[in-house]
Design a protein around this ligand. Structure first.
Ligand SMILES: [Zn+2]
Ligand SMILES: [Zn+2]
Length: 201
C-alpha cells in the first residue's frame, strides 16, 4: 500500500493516512495531522469516497475551530477551469440530486476551504473572478427546482413526471404515489437552481 493512502480502520472506526508498517502493525495518521496510531493490517481497508470526504470535512472543522471562520450563508461557486473546484461542485450537484443535505454542506465547506487556499479569496462565500469583474451568486428571487421522472419500463421509460417542485419532500410524495399506482420503482431525479452574474463596483 502506498504511503498517504486513506484507509478505514474498523477497530477505531476512523479514517487515517497509511504511513508504513512496523512489525505486525501498520501506522496510520489522522487526516489533517495529529498523533499516529497503530492498526491491525487485517482490519484496515481503503476508504470509500464518502469516508474520505467526511474525514476531510472533520479535519477542516477542527481547523475552523482554531480560528478560520467561514461565511456559511451562501454556497460558493466553482472557479471555471479549476479541476478541484469542478470536482467539488460536481459532488455537490450529485448530493443535491440525491437530496442529501449534509453531503451538500460538506461539499460547500470543502469548496470554500479550497478557494480560500488556492484562489486567494477572502471568502465572502461567493466567488470573485479575478479576470472579469463579475460575481456569480445564487439568484435569491428564484426557488431551487426539484423534479423526478419515472424511468421504469422494459423497452421504453414510463416517462411520468412529478413536474417542477420547490421542495424534495413534494417530489418524494409524488414518487410514492406513482409507485403505489403503477408498481414502478425507478426514477431519475434532478436539481436545478438559478445563478446571476453581477458586475462589481
Ligand atoms: Zn479551484
Ligand atoms: Zn412510471
Amino acid at each position: 500500500m502506498e504511503p498517504g493512502t486513506l484507509v478505514y480502520d474498523s477497530q477505531t472506526r476512523k479514517v487515517g493516512e497509511y504511513q508504513d508498517r512496523t512489525g505486525p502493525y501498520v501506522m496510520l495518521r489522522p487526516v489533517g495531522g495529529g498523533r499516529e496510531w497503530q492498526a491491525d493490517p487485517a482490519r484496515i481497508r481503503e476508504a470509500t469516497p464518502e469516508e474520505r470526504l467526511s474525514a476531510g470535512v472533520r479535519a477542516l472543522n477542527d481547523r475552523s475551530r482554531e480560528g478560520l471562520s467561514a461565511d456559511a450563508t451562501r454556497p460558493p461557486s466553482p472557479v471555471s477551469g479549476c479541476a478541484v473546484c469542478e470536482d467539488l461542485a460536481l459532488r455537490r450537484d450529485r448530493a443535491r440530486a440525491a437530496f442529501d443535505g449534509s453531503a451538500v454542506t460538506d461539499a460547500n465547506m470543502l469548496l470554500r476551504h479550497h478557494q480560500r487556499a488556492e484562489h486567494g479569496g477572502e471568502s465572502t462565500g461567493h466567488r470573485i473572478f479575478r479576470y472579469v469583474p463579475y460575481t456569480i451568486v445564487q439568484d435569491p428571487s428564484a426557488l431551487p427546482e426539484y423534479e423526478a421522472r419515472c424511468v421504469s419500463g422494459e423497452e421504453a421509460d414510463c416517462g411520468a413526471g412529478s413536474g417542477i417542485r420547490s421542495a424534495p419532500a413534494e417530489v418524494e410524495e409524488w414518487q410514492r404515489r406513482h409507485t403505489q399506482e403503477t408498481r414502478h420503482l425507478r426514477y431519475r431525479r434532478c436539481f436545478a437552481d438559478y445563478a446571476v452574474l453581477r458586475r462589481q463596483g
